[in-house]
Design a binder for this molecule. Structure first.
Ligand code: DGY
Length: 316
């Protein structure tokens, strides 16, 4: 029986799978701070971690007994993979099961920002609606518009699938071309600068790594199509958040729909004050169905690891 730490409570299914086989400590309903986690990590053989838990080199080196970090997320930029490998720790994630939920949220943000849903809701609830008006809250039409997808993996493609239903023209940018997906979604590969120059909507669906950090920096934001709307359900630090705020203030970028932030959970102050920006508390995978499946997958990875069975989704 191994000693496992779950750093936050996850859906029951995952707890049941782990506690049936191992001694399980659940840290609780609030995030453990870095120091708190650092203090206790050396007592555990396995950890079921959240994307907000930072496993940097010092944390990993201290975790002398650790065999597996099972990250309850598809993204794993919170984990130093090199340090994990050097210390013989397996890292797993929860891909596939959250693709549809995350793409659904990206599309919701796009519609909400384009058609001013949150502003409209506030307007009605504050008693300002006095009847139909010809010029009230004119938005940007999604149907038929150009959509640029940055990161055309599973989630980017699932966004494209939805965009097809809105007759959008789909462009994508990533390191390698994916000709099969191009045919499937009618998408066209473009270098990022060309994609930004023609996209009415830009959806970020890439993972965060050294290459994608501040991919949308001041210079790129200055070259984006006038009046574009940016959607980010990937990771906050792919955009220079301060520069995004500046581009929104100047009107170069017309709106944004954000689920992730550069210094999560802190958010650049100016963004909090703008009506043309829709902000969500990192809800990409947050449906009952998806979180249940993630719980099952993350817990099973740990059980498999201690049965000397290769977990399904090891990241390298
Ligand atoms: C993840 O799991 O990495 C995503 O942020 C989903 O919201």
């Amino acid at each position: 029986m191994a000693k496992i730490l779950m750093t936050r409570r996850i859906p029951k299914k995952g707890i049941a799978i782990l506690s049936a086989e191992h001694e399980l400590d659940i840290a609780g309903d609030k995030s453990l701070g870095y120091e708190e986690l650092f203090e206790i990590i050396d007592q555990y053989d396995g950890v079921l971690s959240m994307l907000s838990d930072k496993f940097d080199e010092p944390m990993i080196k201290r975790a002398k007994r650790l065999k597996i970090i099972s990250n309850y997320a598809v993204g794993y930029d919170n984990i130093d993979l090199k340090a994990a490998e050097a210390n013989n720790i397996i890292v797993t994630n929860t891909p596939d099961v959250l693709t549809e939920a995350t793409a659904e949220l990206a599309f919701s943000l796009m519609l909400a920002a384009a058609r001013r849903l949150i502003e409209g809701d506030k307007f009605v609830k504050s008693g300002k609606f006095e009847g139909w008006e010809p010029l009230l809250m004119l938005g940007k039409e999604v149907s038929g518009a150009n959509l640029g997808i940055i990161g055309f993996g599973r989630i980017g493609q699932a966004v494209a699938k939805r965009a097809k239903g809105f007759s959008m023209k789909i462009f994508y940018s990533q390191r390698k071309r994916n000709e099969k997906a191009e045919v499937e979604y009618g998408a066209k590969f473009l270098p990022i600068d060309d994609l930004l120059a023609i996209s009415d909507f830009v959806s970020i669906n890439a993972p965060l790594n050294a290459e994608s950090h501040h991919l949308l920096n001041k210079e790129r934001l200055s070259r984006i199509k006038n009046g574009a709307i940016i959607i980010n359900t990937g990771r906050g630090a792919i955009i220079d958040e301060k520069e995004l705020a500046n581009a929104l203030i100047s009107g170069k970028v017309a709106g944004a729909g954000l689920d992730v932030y550069e210094y999560e959970p802190k958010i650049t102050k100016e963004l909090l004050e703008m009506d043309n920006v829709v902000l969500l508390p990192h809800l990409g995978s947050s449906t009952v169905k998806t979180r249940d499946r993630m719980a099952e997958m993350a817990a099973t990875a740990i059980v498999d690891c201690f049965k000397s069975k290769m977990p399904l989704h090891i990241v390298k």
